[in-house]
Design a protein around this ligand. Structure first.
Ligand code: MN
Length: 284
């Protein structure tokens, strides 16, 4: 069980020792085609997670801090994320750890990121979410400490949605070190995120949620750019955000696994030095 993960030694468990990321304890063994299909699906998800880490670093969304995760495609009550000592720019497949929705590692003793509860809280509250990013991108920070709401102001920023809530950890937890370091913090943050795509965290950063790794990376790359444009526009006075109709029209045109989306993923991966890890574009 997940609750015993802290005292569990990976090498003691035959399943973990043989195939650390495929299945956890107390899972019946998969056979033949089912096993192969699961492994391919997992392989793709973990490969994309490595690419996502590298892209977010190369596009200055994360630095030594910040993280990205993906829900286990076969076990929705679990997600994958690199351990604490693997900074995003240099994350490898071997750095990835599987977590439960309680924020504890399933069978891994490496030190997890303190703020894994951002991810567990959002996955628990939002069954539709497949991937989550948390980062401290500087251009988003002014909107977390003032009354000026962050709005989508450029077409590529439409996916942040018309409403970006601001979560203030002090509201329910008083004076803290500002880190989302337990389940209560994570759940409170997820409550504030609600049905939205992005939540700003006062004096800290943001969390973004989407239905795929490509989507959440794209959202996180354009979020600071959108914030920069809004900050620049404010210098002139009034500015015009996208209308709800424009946001809806952008969403209606978007196809998550189209060649166009793939093109951006490939471009960012190349810039991040991991273009060779990107597979073939979708057929459609
Ligand atoms: Mn943080």
């Amino acid at each position: 069980m997940v609750s015993s993960a802290k005292t569990f030694r990976r090498s003691d468990h035959p399943v973990c020792a043989a195939s650390p990321l495929a299945v956890g304890a107390a899972t019946p063994p998969l056979r033949g085609g089912e096993y192969l299909e699961t492994m391919i699906e997992l392989d793709d998800a973990l490969n994309e997670l490595v690419i996502a880490n590298r892209i977010l670093a190369s596009e200055n969304v994360v630095d030594a801090y910040g993280h990205v995760s993906v829900r286990n495609p076969r076990k929705p009550e679990r997600f994958f994320m690199a351990h604490m000592l693997a900074t995003p720019e240099i994350v490898e497949r071997s750095d990835i750890v599987e977590f439960g929705l309680d924020g504890e590692a399933v069978c891994d003793e490496r030190t997890p990121s303190v703020e894994r509860f951002i991810h567990s809280g959002i996955y628990e509250a939002r069954p539709d979410v497949v991937a989550v990013v948390h980062a401290h991108a500087e251009d988003t920070l002014p909107f977390g400490i003032t009354d000026v709401p962050l709005r989508p102001v450029i077409h590529s920023g439409s996916f942040i949605g018309s409403h970006v809530p601001v979560w203030d950890i002090a509201d329910n937890f008083g004076d803290t070190d500002l880190l989302v370091s337990n389940t209560a913090h994570g759940r409170d943050l997820a409550r504030c995120l609600g049905p939205n795509n992005v939540v700003l965290m006062r004096g800290h950063g943001f969390a973004a949620a989407a239905q795929s790794l490509i989507d959440v990376v794209r959202l996180s790359v354009y979020l600071p750019r959108n914030a920069r444009v809004q900050l620049a526009a404010i210098q002139f006075g009034k500015f015009k955000p996208l209308s709800d109709g424009e946001i809806a029209a952008r969403a209606a045109r978007y196809k998550p696994y189209s060649k166009q989306t793939w093109r951006a993923w490939q471009y960012w991966a190349k810039r991040a030095g991991c273009g060779h890890m990107v597979g073939k574009p979708p057929a459609g």
